[in-house]
Design a protein. Structure first.
Length: 483
């Protein structure tokens, strides 16, 4: 999800500019109907594909060494320079090819869906941001190339090691929807959680709260100092799950999130969901949410937070780069897993959501499919991975790439949070499998309304369960399940 990270992972897409209905608090955007219409055809070989080149040790994917390559990058919190730098390596590897055609945009869907529909998509796309194309639809309509050849190709660093063997745990699985094919390569590795300033906590003589009672007590202490406990992207309330979903898992176990992802009947009515919703609603009821938060977008909420108006914000690791311009030098950025509920929680403190973000795709009808994969192979090398981490203060899918780099406070804290979590890392898939359900319905029409005080937890759960049931019963929506 590149900020919005997205996605994807950014990361997470994380930048939907959703228009609410003032009267009903619901949403109306053209995204899904437009996407479904434009992705209506099956993928397959386009009439203008370039001929495949000769496979050699130096060119294991058989890239046509004289063919053009077109790359489109989401221009969000991670910027585009990391991609430009990697494209220079592609140019050096294939000097007879034209210079890589590079474009950065925040309008991924509106600019690229017509090209998908016309059979002339770019060769490599960073499908992130507010106008992220629905990956579930793209996969279901066979619009994407299977990236298995890339994963089975040798790493640019070690010809004896496959690309797939250099990736962080879970990256390959995230790109799978049904069976073995891998349709998406999540390039960034995002740590989601509760972000805060250690300096701000020090000023309150406080530690990060490990239980909800401790969280409420700290918020009360901050309130007496004129500081809100929390803020969030009120216009994009699907940020709330970045801390809420692992909170649910901590309370009831990771199987609760799996049942939600699987669209199982009454999954949202699990006691762990009820407890988590009621805990978050208590933040609103006790006045611990920064006034005006429901009207703030991601940048405005982050700016209020970096200016010390609130202690905590649910976010992803892209925030260190995205909020850098307003973050004081002595901010001492840190991230933690969600506070637990109490001693009855099924999973230990430290349970965290971390996963691939910034989803890269190679369209099935791209002219230069092999070139798109080769560009990704270059990006997954140690040098490009380190370059990304140094530039944007975030990890990549490459399992390593931090040796010799002086880690920034947020990145250092994220690495520490991953180490503390150990095996207790969860990876909800709703934002990958069912974009409309996750963002418009659960996020805006459910959680957003609850945290603004317009729905009670019980009403929000009932509404969200209804959305999930409708998606489960909709034969036009392709279904995915945890294997």
């Amino acid at each position: 999800m590149g900020s919005t990270s997205g996605h994807s992972n950014g990361g997470l897409g994380r930048r939907d500019l959703i228009k609410r209905s003032a009267a009903l608090g619901l949403v109306t955007i053209p995204t899904m109907s437009f996407l479904s219409a434009c992705a209506s055809g099956d993928g397959g070989a386009g009439g203008s594909k370039v001929e495949k080149g000769k496979v050699t040790k130096a060119n294991p994917l058989g890239v046509n060494e004289t063919a053009a390559l077109e790359v489109v990058i989401f221009d969000g919190g991670f910027g585009q320079q990391y991609a430009i730098d990697a494209e220079k390596k592609y140019n050096a590897a294939f000097p007879e090819a034209p210079k890589v055609k590079h474009k950065a945009t925040q309008k991924i869907q509106s600019e690229l869906q017509p090209r998908f529909n016309g059979g002339t998509p770019p060769d490599l796309i960073d499908n992130s941001g507010a106008e992220q194309m629905d990956m579930g639809v793209l996969v279901g309509k066979k619009q994407l190339a299977d990236l298995t050849p890339l994963l089975d190709a040798p790493s640019v660093d070690d010809p004896n090691k496959k690309v797939r063997d250099t990736l962080r745990p879970g990256i390959v699985e995230m790109g799978q929807f049904d069976g073995a094919p891998v349709w998406i390569l999540y390039y960034a590795y995002t740590v989601y959680g509760v972000w805060y300033s250690q300096t701000a906590l020090d000023r309150l003589d406080a530690q990060y709260p490990e239980t909800w009672d401790e969280m409420l007590a700290l918020c009360e202490k901050a309130k007496k100092q004129g500081i809100a406990g929390w803020t969030y992207a009120g216009k994009h309330p699907y940020y709330l799950p970045f801390s809420l979903y692992p909170f649910i898992a901590k309370i009831g176990g990771r199987e609760v999130l799996d049942s939600i992802d699987n669209l199982e009947p009454n999954a949202w009515k699990h006691p762990a969901v009820k407890a988590a919703f009621e805990a978050y609603y208590e933040l609103y009821k006790k006045g611990y949410i920064l006034k005006g938060t429901p009207g703030l977008d991601h940048i405005q909420s982050q700016t209020a937070w970096t200016k010390g108006k609130a202690l905590f914000i649910p976010n992803g690791s892209w925030v260190e780069n995205e909020a850098a311009s307003t973050m004081p030098k002595d901010f001492d950025l840190a991230v933690s897993a969600p506070s637990g509920l109490d001693a009855s929680d099924k999973m230990p403190f430290g349970t965290l959501w971390a996963s691939g973000g910034e989803p890269f795709i190679v369209p099935a009808k791209a002219k230069n499919v092999e070139g798109g994969m080769e560009q990704l192979r270059i990006m997954l090398g140690e040098e490009s991975s380190k370059n990304f981490t140094k530039q944007v203060k975030s990890l990549t899918a490459f399992n390593g790439g931090t040796d010799g780099i002086e880690l920034t406070p947020g990145l250092k804290s994220g690495v520490a949070a991953l180490e503390k979590a150990g095996e207790n890392v969860v990876n909800p898939r709703l934002q990958d499998w069912y974009v409309k359900l996750q963002k418009e319905q659960i996020g805006v029409a459910g959680l957003g309304e609850m945290m603004a005080g317009r729905l009670t937890p019980a009403e929000a759960i009932s509404r969200i369960q209804g959305f999930a049931d409708k998606a489960a019963q909709d034969s036009s929506v392709k279904k995915y399940k945890h294997q």
